[in-house]
Design a protein around this ligand. Structure first.
Ligand SMILES: [Zn+2]
Length: 245
């Protein structure tokens, strides 16, 4: 049966002589894999609409082994992502992360929206890369079922103390009086930013700021938490880090 959905291409692989297999994060079916038949010969509009990072409207049907895209109209191609290697590699990292954290055949409008907003911001170049990276990582983890419990101290229920501790293993926080071994010490501003990223409406999720020092702490904490939850090698993150260091 033919169906239509909007989605973002997050992976493309060539298959055989002229077909390609794309991974798409869609509005209606979550993560799907779909073949683009005769990808190298179809008209160019279809081609750019099924390229990496194209956000398009797809007309597709289900064959035995996978979906098949037989028509695609691009809505946004995020051309500016290719303007520099750091921006492009960060976008590729977000795409790989979505492959790890996305769920197949289950609607994931939140994850699609988060990714689209992040790609728009990367193209605009107005927000810093560390802010965009930490926000995407933490919110995507939350959407993918790894939301840490940041509401209050896990032991005594205190909402705020000047210094708080984030326990990565248990994914919870403690106040200054309930310090636990191995928990990461964080100033309240960083915990407040983490709460904001997890709980605020998706349209506002990138609208916060931190001092440079606290941004570094936020980034390192969120990345460590992410790496403790992802089962697999994030080659795109490794590549991104070779560029920014
Ligand atoms: Zn406490």
């Amino acid at each position: 049966m033919q169906t239509k959905t909007k989605g973002l291409i997050i992976r493309e692989q060539t298959v055989g002589e002229s077909d390609k297999l794309v991974t798409v994060i869609t509005e209606d079916f979550g993560l799907i894999k779909a073949f683009v038949r005769r990808a190298k010969t179809i008209k160019s509009q279809n081609l750019s609409a099924t390229s990496l990072f194209a956000y398009s409207e797809f007309s597709l049907y289900r064959s035995k082994e996978a979906y098949v895209i037989d028509n695609a109209t691009s809505i946004e191609v995020f051309f500016n992502l290719r303007s520099d290697i750091e921006t492009l590699s960060l976008a590729q990292y977000f795409a790989q992360l979505a492959c790890f954290l996305g769920t197949e055949e289950q609607p994931m409008p939140g994850m699609l929206r988060l990714l689209l907003n992040a790609l728009y911001l990367l193209c605009q170049g107005k927000k810093s890369h560390p802010l965009i990276k930490a926000t995407v990582e933490l919110r995507m983890l939350a959407l993918g079922g790894y939301m840490p419990d940041l509401t209050a101290c896990y032991r005594c229920g205190t909402y705020e103390s000047e210094i708080m501790y984030f326990d990565m293993e248990e994914a919870c926080i403690y106040c200054k009086d309930c310090y636990r071994n191995n928990a990461v010490e964080l100033p309240l501003a960083v915990v407040t930013a983490m709460r904001f990223i997890c709980f605020v409406d998706l349209g506002k999720v990138f609208s916060f700021n931190l001092s440079e020092e606290n941004m570094v702490l936020l980034c390192s904490t969120v990345e460590k938490y992410l790496l403790s939850r992802i089962d697999g090698r994030l080659t795109t993150l490794e590549f991104y880090k070779t560029i920014v260091i």
